[in-house]
Design a binder for this molecule. Structure first.
Ligand code: SF4
Length: 327
C-alpha cells in the first residue's frame, strides 16, 4: 500500500472481531490480524475498506476506487482453505436480511467508489452462506456501482448466478480460485475441481456476459523458486486464455491450507516477485495483473526492500514495468 493510494479503512466499534483492520484486497483478501477477540456477529461485517486497484484493457490503464465489504458468513463447504479465511466464518447460516444489514452498515461509512467487492469468505452463490431472499436488496445496493465483484467456486450455485444477475444493472465479475494449472497440485490442495471445471465455468461466464477474475498461488511446499515462477506464469497464461479480466498472483503463504508443510514453501523475495510481475504483464494486454504483497510490512524491511515494495506497488497500480515507474 503506497502513500499515494487513497485508502479508507472502516473502524468498527465493539462489534469488531479483529484487533486490526483487514488489508488491501486487489488480490485475495487476508486478515491482517488473526486473533479473533469476539464471537462473529451476523449483523456486522467482519470489516470494510476503500482502496484503489488497477484497470487495464488494451493499452488503457486506470486506477479505480473500490469499496470492499467483508461479510460475516458461513464456512465455505469446499474447505481447501487456500484463502485462509475459515477462522473468520461461522458454522450456522445467517438469517435473511443479516447480510443486507452488514452491507448497509459498511456503505454508510465508506466514501463513494466506482466498484464494490462483496467477499463472504467463501462462495457468494452458496445459499447457505448468503440467502437468495437477500438478492433483491443486495442487487439494489450494488446498482449504485459500475461493477460488483464476488467470489465463487465453479461448481456452486449456477442457477443462482442468473437469479442474481437478472437483478443487476452493474457489471458482474466473479473471482475464482483456480490456484494453479499444475494437475497434481490442483488435486492435492482439495479444491474439488479440475482445470476442465474451471474452463467450462469461464466459458459459461463469458457466454452470459460475466467477467472473470482469477486467484493463482505462486509456489507450493517443496517447490523450487524457478518452478514456482514457471507454474505461476503457465497458470496466468491459461487464465488469460480463458478470458480473465484480472489475474491475482498470490505468493503461497504460511498457514493457508498447507498445514505443517508450510515450512518448505519457497522464499519469494520482492526482487523475484518484481520479475514475476514484469513477465506476467507481457502475457496479455487485456488482463490486469496484480501480486499480493500482504506478507511485506514496510516497517520491517531494509531500505532497499522498502524501495522495491514501493516501486512494485506503484507498478501494479499503473500496470507498468518497474523500470518505467522508477525513472
Ligand atoms: S474454495 Fe475458495 S473460499 Fe472455499 S476454502 Fe477454498 S479458497 Fe477458501
Amino acid at each position: 500500500m503506497t502513500e499515494k493510494k487513497r485508502r479508507f479503512v472502516g473502524t468498527l466499534p465493539l462489534e469488531s472481531v479483529f484487533a486490526a483492520p483487514l488489508k488491501s484486497t486487489s488480490s485475495r483478501p487476508k486478515p491482517h490480524c488473526r486473533s479473533v477477540v469476539q464471537v462473529l456477529d451476523y449483523s456486522r461485517p467482519i470489516d470494510f475498506l476503500s482502496e484503489q486497484e488497477p484497470y487495464r484493457d488494451r493499452g488503457v490503464t486506470k486506477a479505480i476506487d473500490v469499496n470492499t465489504v467483508f461479510l460475516t458468513a458461513r464456512r465455505c463447504p469446499v474447505g481447501c482453505n487456500m484463502c485462509d479465511l475459515h477462522q473468520f466464518t461461522r458454522e450456522d447460516s445467517p438469517p435473511v436480511g443479516a447480510s443486507v444489514e452488514q452491507i448497509d452498515f459498511a456503505l454508510d461509512r465508506l466514501p463513494p467508489a466506482s466498484w464494490i467487492k462483496l467477499y463472504n469468505s467463501g462462495n457468494f452463490f452458496d445459499a447457505a452462506s448468503l440467502p437468495t431472499a437477500d438478492y433483491d436488496a443486495i442487487a439494489n445496493r450494488c446498482n449504485r456501482y459500475d461493477r460488483v465483484i464476488v467470489e465463487n467456486h465453479p461448481r456452486i450455485g449456477r442457477g443462482r448466478h442468473i437469479e442474481f444477475f437478472d437483478k443487476l444493472d452493474a457489471r458482474l465479475e466473479i473471482a475464482v480460485g483456480l490456484e494453479t494449472v499444475h494437475p497434481r497440485l490442483l488435486s492435492k490442495i482439495g479444491k474439488q475441481m479440475t482445470r476442465g471445471d474451471f474452463d467450462r465455468y469461464a466459458k459459461w461466464m463469458s457466454q452470459h456476459g460475466i467477467d472473470l477474475r482469477v486467484f493463482l498461488i505462486v509456489g507450493a511446499p517443496d517447490m523450487s523458486i524457478s518452478d514456482a515462477i514457471r507454474w505461476a506464469l503457465l497458470s496466468a497464461r491459461h487464465a488469460a486464455r480463458q478470458g480473465a479480466r484480472h489475474i491475482s498472483l498470490i505468493p503461497a503463504r504460511q498457514g493457508a491450507g498447507w498445514g505443517n508443510a508450510s515450512i518448505s514453501l519457497p522464499h519469494l523475495s520482492l526482487s523475484i516477485l518484481s520479475e514475476l510481475f514484469e513477465q506476467a504483464l507481457e502475457i496479455s494486454d487485456r488482463s490486469c495483473i496484480s501480486i499480493d504483497l500482504w506478507e511485506f510490512k514496510e516497517e520491517e524491511l531494509l531500505p532497499d526492500d522498502q524501495n522495491r515494495l514501493r516501486w512494485l506497488s506503484e507498478a501494479i497500480l499503473k500496470q507498468r514495468t518497474i523500470m518505467q515507474d522508477a525513472v
